[in-house]
Design a protein around this ligand. Structure first.
Ligand SMILES: Cc1cc2nc3c(=O)[nH]c(=O)nc-3n(C[C@H](O)[C@H](O)[C@H](O)COP(=O)(O)OP(=O)(O)OC[C@H]3O[C@@H](n4cnc5c(N)ncnc54)[C@H](O)[C@@H]3O)c2cc1C
Length: 391
């Protein structure tokens, strides 16, 4: 009798729940990553250099703001397709998913709040990768609590004068435009579109980091920055307007983490089928099989979670708390799976011959960014109890 094995990460036949178009999008992103990313990404991460040459290719794949209407540069894909795209990009490296996510977050914010002038000026160029965007909310002293931000604006004639700085901003060193959030009188919160070259605006790169090494992260600095009034995107006294924007980024992290976990699992599974110790392949040992079972079980739970979340998002019913739960659970899951994978590969697991340590390092940033695991826990805790324990 032939032995039946399962090499697939699709243990519950989730593929049969997907539409043909969704599978096509997933598979084309996966093969683009294999052909264009796999052979350069390890060096890019080791050298801490973002592979800029990938921007155009990712734009051609529809990787930027794909869920927007066609007239604004999107392709109106649904949330499952978008998620599958994030999964396959982050399977390659977090830097790619970050590129797509930040660009999409910027586009989504302009689409939501921008007038016709701002939409027509920026959206298509962002979709084509002709412009790279940044989203500046966090500050050196205000990360989890962005509403206490110190960056401020004052009206002056036809302009706003902005002072302050933003920290940990994806693509800050290379961005052409940045969405910058600042506070004004009476705690008003405003979002501006700032172009590189604007008077009083500069950027800096964070050079020494162990995570997201192939991604450019940095600071946005505003010293009496002069922003024309026509670049005002939104002004509000409701912080929720800003938090709402973050959902799409968190959604991307939930799916992206899954991509990391699937990649680490598949590498470990193949390795156990080749590696021999004590005269036998290591996949024949019970302890190794338990590790594989644990990994695949956790991946399967997370797949079902984001699949359902995506359907809710398509119906505009995905709550803030549901997105928080998916982000938190899937990052935790990927951390577990990646670490088990590393242990299965023994010494080889720490080398750059395999991507596992790079993914483990990237996961450290995923724990923190787009809201820390503690903040997401408290968001869900508030939903359960009705009591906010955040402050
Ligand atoms: C690689 C990277 C890329 C990023 N990209 C962007 C970007 O593009 N745009 C952007 O705006 N931001 C970005 N960020 C910033 C990110 O969103 C913040 O790092 C994050 O919100 C946490 O803020 P902090 O680092 O200041 O940590 P802090 O807020 O100082 O938190 C420190 C610790 O205290 C905990 N903590 C805080 N408050 C509470 C509480 N009430 N109860 C219990 N525990 C609490 C936190 O969970 C954490 O463990 C990025 C960060 C990283 C690392």
């Amino acid at each position: 009798m032939t032995k039946k094995t399962s090499n697939s990460t699709d243990f519950y036949d989730i593929d049969s729940l997907l539409k043909e178009e969704q599978i096509l999008i997933r598979d084309s992103v996966k093969s683009w990553v294999k052909d264009n990313v796999s052979n350069i990404i390890e060096d890019a991460a080791l050298e801490s250099k973002f592979p800029k040459q990938l921007i155009k290719g990712l734009a051609n794949l529809g990787g930027f703001g794909g869920f927007l209407p066609i007239e604004f540069g999107g392709s109106q894909i649904d949330f499952t397709s978008y998620g599958l795209m994030m999964q396959e990009l982050e399977r390659g490296d977090s830097s790619l998913r970050v590129l797509s996510s930040v660009q999409s977050l910027v586009m989504n914010t302009i689409f939501k709040f921008g007038n016709d002038y701002l939409k027509s000026k920026y959206l298509k160029k962002l979709a084509k990768g002709e412009l790279v965007g940044s989203f500046g909310m966090s500050e050196p002293n205000h990360g989890s609590d962005p509403f206490s931000m110190k960056t401020n604006f004052k009206e002056k004639g036809n302009h706003y004068i902005v002072n302050g700085s933003k920290m940990w901003i994806g693509h800050a060193p290379i961005c052409d435009i940045a969405i910058v959030w600042a506070k004004g009188e009476n705690n008003k919160l405003a979002g501006f579109i700032v172009e590189r070259g604007t008077e009083g605006f500069s950027t800096a790169k964070i050079n020494k980091k162990w995570s997201f090494r192939a991604s450019e992260t940095g600071e946005l600095i505003f010293h009496n920055m002069v922003v024309p009034k026509k670049n005002l995107l939104h002004i509000t006294d409701n912080m929720k307007d800003l938090y709402d924007r973050l959902n799409i980024g968190r959604f991307g992290v939930a799916w992206g983490s899954l991509g990391i976990a699937m990649e680490c699992y598949e590498i470990a599974l193949n390795y156990t089928n080749e590696r021999e110790q004590f005269g036998k392949k290591i996949n024949s040992y019970q302890l190794i099989q338990k590790k594989l079972v644990d990994m695949l079980s956790q991946i399967t739970q997370s797949q079902l979670l984001v699949w359902r979340l995506s359907l809710l998002a398509d119906e505009d019913r995905a709550s803030f708390e549901q997105v928080s739960m998916a982000k938190k659970i899937n990052v935790e899951m990927a951390c577990n799976v990646a670490k088990i994978s590393r242990s299965i590969l023994g010494g080889m697991g720490i080398t750059a011959e395999y991507p596992i340590m790079r993914h483990i390092n990237n996961l450290e940033a995923l724990i923190t960014y787009q809201g820390t695991e503690e903040v997401h826990t408290l968001i869900i805790g508030k939903k359960i109890t009705g009591i906010s324990a955040i402050k």
